[in-house]
Design a protein around this ligand. Structure first.
Ligand code: UFG
Length: 366
């Protein structure tokens, strides 16, 4: 009787085996938070990442939070042959969440070919491999950068895309077009394109978070490093914009909220919940905050000072952009839930954890 039950259980387990998801760039900032949410939702996760902008130790953080170490291989997604081998070895992957990409706007101006290779070639590889390995769906990381400075705010998905201001921004537009054309040409493939606004914060456990390489380009890691004394002073890029306090406005979204949207998207693809083979969603909070508002809130909730000065505008910055997330709210049943206060607390908690760790290891960040 006992053996019978065991077999029953085994068969049941086989039938309900966790869906396998490939996460490219899964040790990166948004990737790692998404892996956590996927594992917690019961998916079996396979990560490929070339660690060009992340650290292998992220895997330990993921294991600490979820109790499970995902499968990981150090692979560059532009390497078709190695990716093909990986997918042959790990049969049955049903969907890809494709994060692997370069993302520094300034660097993309200096090294455009690196960006076109890393971002465009790697996407083409994934789409070709999906056909070879019969993988049904792909969730793609796009950005609100495709809207440029929108004519109407908050911006929704029907807004026209504007000419990209950098090779990085251009790669996101090109990738969106490549996906659209590919999906239209094949009834077997499906895709969800997610246009992120400004992801910030860290996992509430502070086991994973953002790990910028060298001097951060983005606002929040620069803020946390300045509060920590690693950077002397934050430069606020311009206070003469046409906004209430003169500084730029963005839609800052909690990274865990953002990660959860990926889980919903992948479920939507696998369960064929949509009659459309390609869908595009804005992922934002619907609220715009200025650089000054972010600074004031960060200082208030964390009871810490952030020395800063106003400097001239940064070239290429959009004056103001925030999302209309209604389509994602209604169709995906997703919404950004975390407050900016809690999100900024999580960013500071993560920074303090990093400093403690570095102190113990006797290393230094700058
Ligand atoms: N800022 C500062 N000082 C800094 C860093 C940033 O004042 O040291 C300001 C910027 O001028 C901007 C705001 O803070 O007004 C946010 O800047 P980020 O660099 O954090 O974010 P961006 O909105 O410029 O860029 C982000 C991503 C890009 C993506 C873009 C989409 O980093 O990858 O959103 O609009 F393309």
């Amino acid at each position: 009787m006992e053996i019978k039950n065991k077999i029953k259980q085994l068969l049941k387990d086989k039938k309900t085996a966790a869906p396998r998801i490939l996460v490219t760039g899964g040790t990166g900032y948004i990737g790692s938070h998404t892996v956590v949410e996927l594992q917690q939702a019961g998916f079996e996760v396979f990560i490929v990442d070339n660690l060009s902008n992340s650290n292998i130790e992220v895997l330990n953080g993921i294991e600490k939070i979820t109790g499970k170490m995902p499968v990981f291989e150090n692979i560059d997604c532009t390497d078709y042959v190695t990716m093909d081998r990986f997918l042959s070895k790990h049969e049955g992957i049903q969907a890809i969440i494709h994060f692997a990409a370069s993302k520094a706007v300034g660097e993309s101006v200096e090294k455009p070919l690196l960006y076109y290779r890393n971002n465009v070639v790697s996407l083409i590889n994934q789409l070709e491999l999906m056909k070879v390995h019969k993988i049904k769906g792909i969730v793609f990381s796009s950005s609100c950068t495709v809207y440029g400075q929108p004519d109407v705010l908050p911006v929704d998905e029907t807004a026209p895309r504007k000419t990209a201001l950098s090779p990085y921004g251009n790669t996101k537009q090109i990738c969106e077009d490549i996906i659209t054309d590919t999906i239209r040409s094949s009834s077997e493939l499906k895709s969800i394109i997610l246009r992120y606004f400004n992801p910030i914060g860290a996992h509430p456990s502070a086991e994973i978070g953002e790990l910028p390489n060298g001097v951060p380009n983005n606002l929040i890691p620069f803020v946390t490093q300045t509060a920590a004394g690693i950077r002397e002073m934050l430069s606020v890029f311009g206070d003469d914009y046409n906004t209430p306090d003169g500084t730029c406005i963005r839609d800052y979204i909690n990274v865990v909220d953002l990660a959860k949207a990926h889980v919903i998207s992948v479920q939507r693809l696998l369960e064929d919940k949509s009659s459309e083979n390609i869908e595009i969603f804005n992922l934002g909070t619907g609220r715009g905050l200025s650089v000054k508002e972010i600074l004031t809130t960060f200082e208030k909730v964390n009871k810490v000072k952030v020395p800063h000065k106003i400097v001239p505008r940064r070239e290429g910055d959009i004056e103001q952009v925030w999302a209309n997330p209604t389509y994602a709210n209604n169709v995906l049943g997703w919404e950004a839930k975390e407050t900016v206060e809690d999100t900024l607390k999580s960013a500071w908690k993560w920074q303090k954890k990093l400093m403690k760790k570095q102190k113990n290891e006797g290393s230094c960040l700058s």
